[in-house]
Write a protein that binds this ligand. Structure first.
Ligand SMILES: *Cc1c(COP(=O)(O)O)cnc(C)c1O
Length: 448
């Protein structure tokens, strides 16, 4: 699942002691495991071997160029949601012919750029967008390759902010309207119908919603193949990852106490194989019709491959409560504040090793782990059972590789954190920490 483990009481990423990385580059610091990302990609690719397929990594989950390059070199395509992401992908050596351009609000400038770069497909979400793309392609004397995004009206049982495939969402075109919109598209002079796409949501931990959605859309796909000779069916991304008790082994007693408790609360992971099996059977032979199956995983590839390292600045007691105030804030990792999402938090130094003289580790205690930002929503964990935490301790906020850095902001005028990549026993900075100067770059003195 990931390459973070304790060795001799120290938390390692692959063969690198994370405390060393934190000392070299400072905190807060995102650290990613190249091995984990590639392992996830290759395992998904292998499971999809029975299908003619293309994995289009959803770049929005983590768009650092070094990460994009890893995946481009491994053969991945990309699902992009803006021209900026296409620009990044190209800068990382990605192949535009393997890029799908998603999103409900593409601008004229973005459409022009993607046309010029010859992306594989525009995944279109409305008739208005379709008309606009037709017009822009016409002006360029080009034909735009297009897939319509189907909204299968499936409840993926995930957080409402990341559910995208039900009737009430802004995403996609209802199945009932889809054939008519394809008919309109077929009459447009500068549109090539190349596929059909859907994406029902994110952090989905059951196979059933995926299978139900594929089953619902499959007959339409079959018709579209017959009528327009479409080339691909993209079933989107959304496969969830394990946020609770993600360590497989190598953790000591203090950990397993908490782990058992968490395991009872947490959901069991949906394995890549279970997910692919469910899709395969729901496709019901559709893929034998010379149809390429596209997947757009984001979180699955990078989520468990990253941690946010943060140092404890102060311990504060208020009445009943104990707080650890750390140097990372909600501006660095907003998921807990935004979705109330759970992140496992572990010390970089295994606590049992700290007091080498003491035979027994101290009992777990409840603590809030919070950031320095001036918002009560600025927390990473509330009432979390942890081994004793002290000032100066280095903590790892686990599973922060997806929707972590990419959602970071300068709120409270905090410079963006640095990012580092580990591969085997090597590690390197892949994005420098912002300096104070960066905070005012681009601001203009008023000159009326
Ligand atoms: C965000 C997104 C994805 C990736 O979602 P994950 O949950 O990270 O796998 C895939 N496709 C589209 C269209 C998206 O918007």
């Amino acid at each position: 699942m990931h390459s973070f483990r304790y060795r001799g009481g120290k938390l390692y990423c692959e063969d690198v002691d994370l405390a060393r990385v934190a000392e070299k580059f400072g905190t807060p610091l995102y650290v990613y495991s190249a091995g984990t990302i590639l392992d996830h990609y290759r395992r998904l690719d292998a499971a999809l071997a029975p299908l003619q397929h293309l994995i289009c990594y959803a770049a929005k989950a983590n768009s650092n160029r070094a990460i994009l390059k890893l995946l481009a070199d491994a053969g991945a395509g990309f699902d992009i949601v803006s021209a900026g992401e296409l620009f990044r992908v190209l800068a990382a050596g990605g192949d535009p012919a393997k890029c799908t351009f998603a999103g409900v609000g593409k601008s004229g400038e973005e459409i022009e750029y993607a046309l010029d770069q010859r992306v594989y497909s525009f995944n279109v979400e409305s008739e208005a967008e379709l008309e606009y793309i037709d017009k822009i392609a016409g002006a360029k004397n080009l034909r735009a390759p297009v897939a319509l995004r189907a909204n299968p009206d499936i409840d993926p049982h995930t957080h409402e902010y990341i559910s995208t495939g039900s009737r009430e969402n802004k995403f996609g075109i209802a199945l009932g309207q889809l054939p008519a919109v394809y008919e309109r598209a077929a009459k447009m002079r500068n549109i090539d119908i190349v596929g059909v796409q859907m994406h029902i949501g994110s952090q989905i931990t059951e196979a059933a919603p995926f299978a139900d959605a594929v089953t619902k859309v499959a007959p339409i796909v079959r018709d579209l193949k017959t009528k327009y000779g479409i080339k691909f069916f993209s079933i989107g991304g959304g496969l969830g990852i394990v946020y609770e008790s993600s360590f497989e082994s190598g953790v000591k007693e203090w950990w397993s106490v908490g782990r058992d408790r968490r395991a009872r609360r947490g959901t069991m992971p949906l394995s890549i194989q279970q997910y692919v099996d469910a899709i395969l059977s729901a496709l019901g032979g559709l893929h034998n019709l010379k149809l390429r199956i596209l997947l757009e995983p984001g979180r699955l590839l990078v989520g468990n491959a990253g941690v946010l390292l943060t140092r404890v600045r102060y311990i504060k007691h208020t009445g009943e409560k104990k707080f650890a105030i750390v140097d990372a804030g909600m501006n660095d990792l907003i998921r807990p504040a935004l979705y109330h999402s759970y992140h496992e938090i572990v010390p970089a130094q295994e606590p049992i090793c700290r007091a080498s003289a003491a035979a027994d580790p101290k009992p777990l205690e409840k603590i809030d782990i919070v950031g320095p930002v001036c918002e009560s929503g600025d927390f990473f964990a509330l009432d979390r059972e942890m081994p004793e935490i002290c000032e100066g301790d280095l903590l790892a906020i686990m599973s922060a590789g997806a929707y972590g850095f990419v959602m970071a902001s300068n709120y409270n005028s905090r410079p963006l954190p640095a990012e580092a990549l580990v591969s085997g026993d090597k590690f390197a900075l892949i994005r420098e920490r912002q300096a104070w100067e960066d905070l005012i770059r681009g601001e203009i003195d008023l000159q009326f």
